[in-house]
Design a protein around this ligand. Structure first.
Ligand code: UDP
Length: 239
């Protein structure tokens, strides 16, 4: 049963359990997709029904930010653990490499997915990078066709929210892949274009502050975090 935070249902899993489920979806027939909402995405889902449906229809809904863990705890329905998308992706690739599975990287600015692909292939020997494409395409059909032709088992879809969730819900099946994962800015991190917050910051739930210091233009987006907590408090009072 999923744990609901402001209309988004989260799977209550540890990181290991989430990766195990990801691998099992990869090996099941048909297309599946995983999403990793943080408070900002939950706020988007409150206002955008199509985004909310795309998120809730995912086969795996993993709590990316510490804010989600806090929110679930405030509502009296705690989640086992934070499952950051980027760490989920790293562990999934480790397992995929062991099994010789293939991965397509979709998203980010031109050149970034390709650079990420080179680094990931070095880091996870055995992992096949079946192709890459930037995230600023105008037509879906050629991109879907390229993924299909590559024979990818898995696709990392990094187009930002809610674009990536809507894209996976609509086109996942047509790509022929068994698992698609919506991973936001992860390709920028894998390529070394942006830096992930050092462990101290993420251990203390301050990854958002680190990102804000590095890129003050994110302030508008970051304001969604206190708003999220206000909405959780309201929901708690109505319970
Ligand atoms: N992006 C994209 N196509 C678009 C809009 C965004 O490929 O039309 C990419 C963008 O270049 C970045 C990622 O999507 O690599 C979104 O990153 P963001 O930092 O917003 O994601 P977060 O990790 O905060 O969810």
């Amino acid at each position: 049963m999923r744990i609901h935070v402001l209309g988004v249902g989260f799977d209550n899993l540890t990181m290991d359990e989430a990766v195990e489920q990801g691998i099992s979806l990869l090996q099941s027939p048909g297309a599946h997709y995983a999403v990793t909402p943080n408070p900002e995405i939950v706020e988007i889902c409150r206002e955008n029904l199509a985004a909310r449906q795309a998120v809730n229809r995912a086969d795996l809904v993993l709590p990316d930010g510490i804010g989600i863990i806090k929110g679930a705890r405030m509502l009296g329905t705690p989640l086992k653990s934070r499952v950051p998308g980027i760490e989920f992706a790293a562990q999934l690739m480790e397992q995929m490499a062991r099994q010789g599975l293939s991965l397509y990287l979709l998203g980010a600015k031109p050149g970034v997915a390709e650079a990420a692909g080179k680094k990931l292939a070095e880091k996870y020997p055995g992992l096949k990078i079946s192709g890459t494409h930037d995230g600023y395409f105008q037509e879906d059909a050629p991109v879907i066709q390229a993924i299909r032709k590559s024979g990818a088992d898995c696709v990392f879809v990094c187009l930002g929210a809610p674009k990536q969730e809507l894209w996976m819900a609509k086109h996942g099946e047509a790509t022929g892949a068994h698992l698609l994962c919506g991973l936001g800015g992860s390709l920028d991190i894998f390529a070394g274009v942006t830096e992930r917050a050092p462990k101290f910051w993420s251990d203390h739930g301050l990854e958002w502050l680190y990102r804000l210091c590095k890129d003050p233009r994110r302030i508008g987006r970051m304001m969604k975090l206190p708003l999220f907590l206000v909405h959780v408090r309201k929901e708690k009072q109505q319970k």
